[in-house]
Design a protein around this ligand. Structure first.
Ligand SMILES: [Cu+2]
Length: 407
């Protein structure tokens, strides 16, 4: 029986589904990023389409299912732009995230006193691992595993059956408050925080590099609408950039410190760092994994990259807190897109890029530590119990523990 999923994918891939190798010149993916964001938007789509074709070829031609950890067309999941979700699909996703916040935590109080519910388990492990999974060789793959672990938990413990979403940054650079992710409607992840006037600029200090300064944004206070209005951030702050340049942190960020979720949507940051041209440039201009992941995370002292850009554009608390950032439910949408960009980049040259790793095991190699390799073991702590896995298992989205592609 041909599964409906294959059929759906076939329709999505038309017209070049029938003969993916007979690509006409106009269908060739671009090699130079356009400075026009409108054209760059089309380019990013073309690049994603070509990655999808390649990924599907691999899954379809994979006859021995062990080779790919059992990823077949029947099992393959498709991650989609939040804007392409129907209202009902958005509600189902939101309900499942809220469901996690109502399930008991599986983290013992001795490990994280502030982990009060199942959602918090993911925040706790991110706080604990933060210095080992940011600006390290494990950044991209650990977060791929982390997002997947969250997705599996939504499915296994909250009955979620829909697709996993991503936040397509480039679509929201006109006005973040109108974003389908952040517009405050009942199908969003809630909106802006209440406006706090006269806030000084945000000033980001990164390990002694020149500071980066940004406007404090259009909110700053507790969120005033949407499904997560009553949601509580339970841990942190840990590394929270405050207006005025200070960093706020608890002596133990795993302690219980319940407070509202604050946002300060800052379109100018998203526009500067995560517009379609920036996305296309990131994918097309950097051929080495070190360059790619450094630009993606922001070259220290010179920019935020798409990664920091997305987090700081959400703003507020924990949006500007590297360690506690998953406590904002939009974290998963943002990191879905981070993973998608990496996935597209990998598929431009799978031979050289699929298994490419660069970096050590500590944040900006402080303190110095050995290089991360394909044999380095990583885990998700108590959020998703299970044996640690080797980095090599996390490099393909259609092998190892994964079986998904992006539209
Ligand atoms: Cu992170």
């Amino acid at each position: 029986m041909i599964s409906r999923r294959i059929l759906t994918l076939a329709l999505l891939l038309a017209p070049n589904w029938a003969s993916p190798t007979a690509t006409s010149p106009s269908m060739l993916p671009p090699t130079v990023a356009s400075s026009s964001t409108d054209i760059a938007a089309v380019q990013v789509n073309q690049l994603a389409r070509s990655a999808l074709n390649l990924a599907l070829d691999i899954v379809i031609n994979n006859t021995t299912s062990q080779e790919s950890g059992g990823c077949t067309m029947e099992k393959l999941r498709v991650r989609r732009d939040w804007r392409a979700f129907s209202r009902a699909q958005k509600r189902a996703y939101i309900e499942s995230v809220l469901c996690l916040t109502h399930l008991p935590s599986s983290t013992p109080a001795k490990d994280a006193r502030g982990a009060k519910n199942r959602y918090d388990d993911f925040v706790a492990v991110h706080i604990v691992k933060s210095d080992f999974v940011h600006r390290t060789g494990a950044f991209l793959s650990w977060h791929r595993y982390f997002v997947h672990g969250f997705e599996q938990t939504l499915r296994n413990e909250c009955g979620y059956t829909g697709d996993f979403p991503y936040w397509n940054w480039g679509a929201d650079t006109e006005d973040m408050t109108k974003s389908e992710v952040f517009d405050g409607s009942d199908t969003s992840l809630s909106g802006n925080g209440a406006f706090i006037p006269n806030q000084p600029d945000i000033s980001v200090d990164m390990a002694g590099y020149p500071r980066l300064n940004f406007t404090a944004g259009t909110g700053g206070g507790c969120m005033t609408s949407g499904p997560f209005q009553d949601y509580t951030v339970d841990m942190g702050p840990s590394t929270l950039s405050m207006p005025g340049g200070n960093v706020s942190s608890m002596s133990n960020p795993l302690d219980y410190n319940p407070r509202c979720l604050k946002r300060s949507l800052t379109t100018s940051i998203l526009q500067r760092y995560a517009n379609y041209t920036a996305i296309a440039q990131l994918i097309l201009n950097y051929h080495d994994i070190w360059d790619f992941e450094t630009v993606l995370q922001g070259v220290p002292g010179s920019g935020l990259g798409v990664h920091g850009g997305g987090h700081y554009a959400m703003g507020g608390d924990p949006g500007r807190d590297m360690d506690v950032s998953p406590a904002d439910p939009a974290f998963w949408h943002h990191h879905g897109m981070i993973d998608r960009v990496w996935w597209i980049w990998q598929h431009l040259d799978l031979d050289d890029r699929q298994q490419a790793i660069s970096g050590t095991g500590t944040f900006m190699n402080q303190p110095p530590s050995p290089n991360t390799t394909l044999d380095t073991m990583v885990d998700l702590g108590l959020a998703v119990r299970g044996a640690p896995v080797a980095m090599r298992e996390l490099m393909s989205t259609t092998a190892g523990p994964f079986c998904y592609v992006y539209l």
